[in-house]
Design a protein around this ligand. Structure first.
Ligand code: UDX
Ligand code: ADP
Length: 480
């Protein structure tokens, strides 16, 4: 029986391994992590991540051919294939600070693999790491190998949170990069056979190591660029009276462009986009390509601009001050159907409003109070470390309360900011909400999900990203 071990039971490792276990009953899959609470949660009814469809997959396989454990060394020792899916934070100090990936966790995982291995292994890079990381890891492994042969493969993950299970069941493609030696090709074939249990052969692409790694960064940079492009257009729409949804639709009907990923928003978030672009920028700079680096940097700059533009709209609309006003924040996760808050635009928007002394009342169906307080008190790059190494006991931000109901959050509020496109926010009783708010009552829709005309009929002053402005807002121009 082939044995797989995955180091890192996070958003990538957990769902990916669960689906491999489901689709390959003949393979034994162990997911290991240094975090005891995380593994305990994977072994309980309350999984550590919220992902539609994940519960059912885990229930079916756990204890059969899927195991979650903190015994990292035992499972690595036994495995034929080791996936490494550990944190790759942005460096905060030293060479490449603010851009380059900090490979501390990857390096320690590689050294541990070399230490405990007594048989040949395939080591698969699964987390997003910069181009040429595989080479560094290969060096660590071979220099500590004691005669054992390691083959390193890069198998970047393309799943999106909220649709992870669907994406894993029906991937657009599976990409596997390997060495162009006979041993490298053999390893590549072994991993290909795992995916071939459910993915059509023509969708399993094989490349050299560096192409696979760069493709991941490139794909995320292209996707993020679409959002920054449409967000840049949204500012122009507001200034001219065009409607971004009409513009996006018209642009997307061109088959060369396509309709997906053209929704204007308060900004993109998530664990990948910003980090991957920063890596790309760093790699370009290191390779003497400052113009290319500058080009990609702009995607992040527009994203930051979009978030501060939103905050400015809120403040300027409300008589240029939100000091001591109650602002309801609906949605904190970086997108719907996930409880993940990594790099969520809500962090910068909330910090911006707190900077103007607002009182925030936050509701998100999947994010806990502890997580929100942690996010609002954490430094920029601290989020991407194993949880037990993150700053402990966050000092609670006093002007923030977290509630478990949208009606509670909006009660007596002066304004509402919708920051995540949760379906339930479309179906709220806005008449009831209006009646319980201070007047004039404002809605700032950062995701374009409410029916602005209906809300205006109720009496709200509504701001929708990239749409023709209310007369009220026109008189109060917001310049970032
Ligand atoms: C992304 C990639 O899609 C995935 O392939 C990769 O493996 C990891 O990074 P993810 O971060 O989970 O996945 O979410 P994604 O759906 O890409 O959304 C990223 C951000 O962009 C979210 O904040 C989302 O709200 C925002 N977004 C997306 C928009 O603002 N407008 C859009 O049209 C689409
Ligand atoms: P991703 O979104 O890439 O899956 P996560 O942060 O959700 O990232 O998951 C990474 C996991 O890797 C964390 O649960 C962390 O505890 C774990 N981890 C980090 N370093 C090691 C290590 N050396 N051995 C085992 N697990 C590790």
């Amino acid at each position: 029986m082939v044995k797989i071990c995955c180091i890192g039971a996070g958003y990538v490792g957990g769902p990916t391994m669960a689906v491999i276990a489901l689709k390959c009953p003949s393979i034994e899959v162990a997911v290991v992590d240094i975090s005891k609470p995380r593994i305990a949660a994977w072994n309980s009814d309350q999984l550590p991540i919220y992902e539609p469809g994940l519960d059912a997959v885990v229930k079916e396989c756990r204890g059969r051919n899927l195991f979650f454990s903190t015994d990292v060394e035992k499972h690595v020792f036994e495995a034929d294939i080791v996936f490494v899916s550990v944190n790759t934070p942005t460096k905060t100090q030293g060479l490449g600070a603010g851009k380059a990936a900090d490979l501390t966790y990857w390096e320690s995982a590689a050294r541990m693999i070399a230490d405990v291995s007594k048989s040949d292994k395939i080591v698969v890079e699964k987390s997003t790491v910069p181009v040429k990381t595989a080479e560094a890891i290969e060096k660590i492994l071979t220099h500590n190998s004691k005669g054992i042969k390691f083959q390193i493969l890069s198998n970047p993950e393309f799943l999106a949170e909220g649709t992870a299970i669907e994406d894993l069941f029906k991937p657009d493609r599976v990409l596997i990069g390997g060495r162009e030696t006979p041993e490298g090709q053999k390893a590549l074939q072994t991993l290909k056979e795992v995916y071939a249990h459910w993915v059509p052969e023509e969708r399993i692409l094989t490349t050299n190591l560096w192409s696979a790694e760069l493709s991941k960064l490139a794909a995320n940079a292209f996707l993020a660029q679409r959002i920054s492009s449409v967000n840049a257009m949204s500012a122009l729409c507001e200034a001219t009276g065009a409607n971004i949804q009409q513009v996006s639709f018209a642009v997307g009907t061109d088959t060369r462009i396509g309709p997906k990923f053209l929704n204007a928003s308060v900004g993109f978030g998530g664990s990948c986009f910003q980090k991957d672009i920063l890596n790309l920028v760093y790699i370009c700079e290191c390779n003497g390509l400052p113009e290319v680096a500058e080009y990609w940097k702009q995607v992040i700059k527009i994203n930051d601009y979009q978030k501060s533009r939103f905050v400015n709209r809120v403040v300027s609309s409300m008589f240029n001050t939100v000091s001591s006003k109650k602002i309801a924040i609906l949605g904190f996760a970086f997108k719907k159907d996930t409880g993940d808050t990594r790099e969520t635009p809500a962090i910068d928007v909330c910090k911006g409003l707190l900077g103007d002394k607002a009182n925030l009342s936050i509701y998100d169906p999947q994010v806990t109070e502890d997580q929100i307080q942690r996010d609002l008190s954490m430094n920029k790059f601290d989020w991407d470390h194993p949880i037990h190494l993150q700053p402990t006991s966050p000092s609670t931000v006093k002007k923030v309360s977290v509630v478990w109901d949208a009606y509670e959050a909006t009660k007596d509020a002066h304004g509402i900011c919708i920051l995540t496109e949760w379906d339930e926010f479309k179906k709220l009783d806005y008449q009831r909400i209006y009646e319980n708010m201070q007047k004039p009552a404002f809605v700032f829709d950062g995701r374009n999900i409410v029916d602005a005309d209906k809300l205006r009929d109720i009496g709200f002053i509504v701001y929708s990203i990239g749409k023709p402005l209310d007369a009220w807002l026109k008189d109060m121009p917001a310049v970032a």
